[in-house]
Design a protein around this ligand. Structure first.
Ligand SMILES: N[C@@H](CCC(=O)N[C@@H](CS)C(=O)NCC(=O)O)C(=O)O
Length: 203
């Protein structure tokens, strides 16, 4: 299988982390949706990443669908999400916060590319506000281990992907270890694992 997209794409990164944690081998095509448009579109006609090109030539886009398929491949016992009940609901709630934070980080990045006098300050403030509410919710739920049943799950993956992207690239000085100590500790725990450490994003 080929995974198309760069680690700076949080949705690609969460897919790669999942594949590595599940022991599913893949070839990484480090193609950027903005700067390698034509090459990306050979796999993903709309130009979205991540795209997973299967060995039979079929292609799947959207990280949620890809991860759903990967979980099905390995079976419920190995899937990185509780199977049912309150733990599953908790994981889905946390994943929902993370997958809602990330597009706002992307929107902030896109705004930063505009010449200063073309930036919409009210939109920027709104995005930052939403991001900060999301991080506060994730911070409140974090403890000394992993989020749900102290077992590494998709909730931890998405929270770490969001925290690192914000702290390193989008809102450094605002999203910090000082302001979000539990998220910072979660991120440190994750970085001891190769799936996270080997997918560090760079611009
Ligand atoms: N819901 C999608 C979001 C994917 C997404 O927005 N990817 C961004 C990069 S992080 C992208 O492809 N941007 C290029 C574009 O939208 O044209 C997923 O979970 O995979």
């Amino acid at each position: 299988m080929k995974l198309v997209g760069p680690w700076i794409s949080g949705f690609t990164r969460r897919t790669a982390i999942t594949m590595k944690l599940l022991g599913i081998p893949f070839e990484h095509l480090d193609l950027n949706a903005y700067t390698d448009k034509e090459a990306v579109r050979r796999y993903s006609p709309m130009g979205k990443v991540p795209a997973l090109a299967l060995d039979n030539g079929e292609v799947l886009i959207d990280s949620a669908g890809i991860i759903d398929m990967l979980h099905e491949m390995v079976g419920p016992g190995k899937a990185l999400i509780p199977q049912s009940g309150a733990p599953r609901l908790k994981a889905l709630q946390l994943i929902g916060i993370g997958t809602s934070i990330y597009p706002k980080l992307t929107a902030l990045y896109d705004e930063s590319l505009r010449p200063e006098n073309y930036r919409l300050q009210s939109a920027i403030e709104g995005f930052v506000e939403q991001v900060m509410i999301g991080f506060r919710l994730l911070e409140e739920e974090a403890g000394d281990g992993w989020y749900v049943n102290d077992t590494l799950s998709q909730a931890d993956i998405m929270a770490v992907v969001c925290y690192q992207a914000a702290a390193q690239f989008i809102l450094p000085g605002v999203v910090t270890a000082e302001n979000f100590p539990r998220l910072a500790a979660l991120s440190d725990r994750a970085m001891k694992i190769d799936a996270f450490a080997s997918t560090v994003p760079h611009l």
